[in-house]
Design a protein around this ligand. Structure first.
Ligand code: CA
Length: 226
């Protein structure tokens, strides 16, 4: 699942920057460069979060925010105000308008992303949790914990990275060289048989009694999560 984010902002470079980076993070992003279209679209699309510029050519961001927050259908959508002004008074006004957070331009993308995630974690934990599953195996990337049939299994750092790599493309067979390059990128002098050692450990760790084998050895080709 990924969150839908709506941007109302009239400065094109800012839209481009935010959209490009949020796309890369896996969010679905749409936008409008004016307030009237923005309100209409937001009411139609019901995004999971709104990034709202303070100064727009038609209606102010504060007005849009108030408009949405007084309506039960939209009041729970978190809003982050983007403001070029830094004055304390304006920030307070922004929060009085019901905005959930504000960020002052210019901002760095990581800063914005952190705010977005923090709000989504509260309002929609399901879209922000960073867990991946394959069969009865589950990785929680946020806490780096691994579960098999809901039982936590403990992996060494390399075994964790191997599994995390496999789970991105289940069923795909990777040669030892590919694993070396992707999981041992910092130390390419590792011998390929080292990989066999770590695969064996990974298997020992995730194969609980009575559970099926998930790491497949493909003769003369490599390994896959299958
Ligand atoms: Ca503006």
């Amino acid at each position: 699942m990924s969150a839908n984010i709506y941007i109302v902002e009239d400065e094109e470079p800012i839209i481009t920057l935010i959209k490009y980076n949020l796309d890369k993070e896996g969010y679905k992003v749409s936008y409008s460069d004016n307030g009237n279209d923005g309100i209409k679209e937001i009411k139609k699309k019901l995004p999971d979060l709104i990034l709202l510029d303070w100064m727009l050519p038609d209606i102010s961001g504060v007005e849009i925010c108030k408009n949405l927050k007084k309506d039960n259908r939209f009041k729970d959508i978190p809003i982050i105000m983007l403001t070029a002004k830094g004055e304390e008074e304006d920030k307070v006004k922004g929060l009085n308008s019901g905005a959930d957070d504000y960020i002052t331009k210019p901002f760095s993308f990581p800063e914005l992303l952190a705010r977005v995630k923090a709000l989504l974690r509260r309002s929609k934990p399901s879209v922000i949790s960073d867990t991946v599953e394959f069969d009865d195996l589950k990785i929680d990337r946020m806490t780096r914990r691994v579960y098999r049939k809901d039982t936590e299994v403990h992996l060494g750092p390399k075994e964790y990275e191997l599994l995390n790599f496999f789970i991105k493309n289940p069923k795909r067979v990777y040669s030892r060289e590919q694993l070396l390059e992707n999981v041992w990128s910092e130390n390419i002098n590792v011998e390929t048989r080292t990989i066999d050692v770590h695969i064996r450990r990974l298997r020992q760790n995730i194969n609980l009694k009575g559970s099926k084998e998930l790491i497949r050895t493909v003769r003369s080709a490599g390994y896959s999560l299958d």
